[in-house]
Design a protein around this ligand. Structure first.
Ligand SMILES: C[S@@+](CC[C@H](N)C(=O)[O-])C[C@H]1O[C@@H](n2cnc3c(N)ncnc32)[C@H](O)[C@@H]1O
Length: 199
């Protein structure tokens, strides 16, 4: 039966490492996700101020982008994804809600076309494990982040690409970041990194 075939295909995709297929983007919008991590909790962890410039890397269809953009009353949210289909999906959702303080940016997988010292916060939710060239991304984060800015990484159980807190610390410390906050537990967590000595 076609339905069973689709369900099996979906299960296989979810268990496979690599870039999350845009075909299944709608599954990232299931309200049940709020039980594991609500947008209210994420916003608390990000410690957002309304004037901030914020970069969300890998927003997918924008589950967290809508509440984050709403919070940035005098600021701006930049959404950067490697799949144009994901960006288009997010754009449609945000525009439908008349959210205009957002820019959309298609990633090339290595560099970001933003000025130095630009962002107050860069955040990623279940993304970094999928990023092929993690080292290049962290280097770029160090460049485009303000000296007192932070990178917030959230990882959730069930993601085949999930990184551990230890792996994240090793990766970030290599690029002169230090962990400054940790929320949640080993299964579902957010860790925040600052540049060492604000450098
Ligand atoms: C599992 S989805 C998570 C989406 C969203 N953060 C959420 O929690 O609903 C991972 C997202 O990261 C994006 N992604 C994967 N590799 C990327 C890269 N190198 N640069 C930017 N985005 C990337 C995928 O296209 C996808 O939209």
């Amino acid at each position: 039966m076609q339905t069973n075939k689709n369900i099996n295909e979906m299960k296989k995709s979810f268990a496979t490492k690599g870039v999350f297929p845009h075909k299944w983007a709608f599954t990232l919008l299931f309200p049940l996700r709020n039980i594991i991590l609500s947008s209210r909790e994420l916003i608390k962890r990000l410690d957002l101020k309304e004037h901030y410039s914020v970069l969300e890397v890998g927003p997918g269809p924008g589950f967290f982008s809508v509440p984050v953009a709403k919070k940035l009353k005098k600021g701006k949210l930049y959404l950067a994804d490697i799949q144009p289909e994901m960006l288009a999906y997010a754009k449609k959702r945000l525009r439908k809600r008349k959210i205009e303080n957002v820019e959309y940016y298609l990633c090339n997988g290595k560099t970001f076309d933003f000025d130095d010292d630009f962002f107050d916060i860069i955040f990623l939710v279940t993304v970094l494990g999928e990023v092929e060239n993690k080292e290049a991304y962290i280097k770029e984060f160090a460049r485009i982040l303000k000296s007192d800015g932070v990178v917030s990484v959230t990882e959730l159980a069930g993601d085949p690409d999930k990184m551990s807190i230890e792996e994240l610390c090793t990766l970030f410390e290599k690029h002169n970041f230090v962990m400054s906050a940790k929320y949640g537990n080993k299964r579902n967590f957010t860790v925040t990194f600052r540049r060492k000595n604000g450098n």
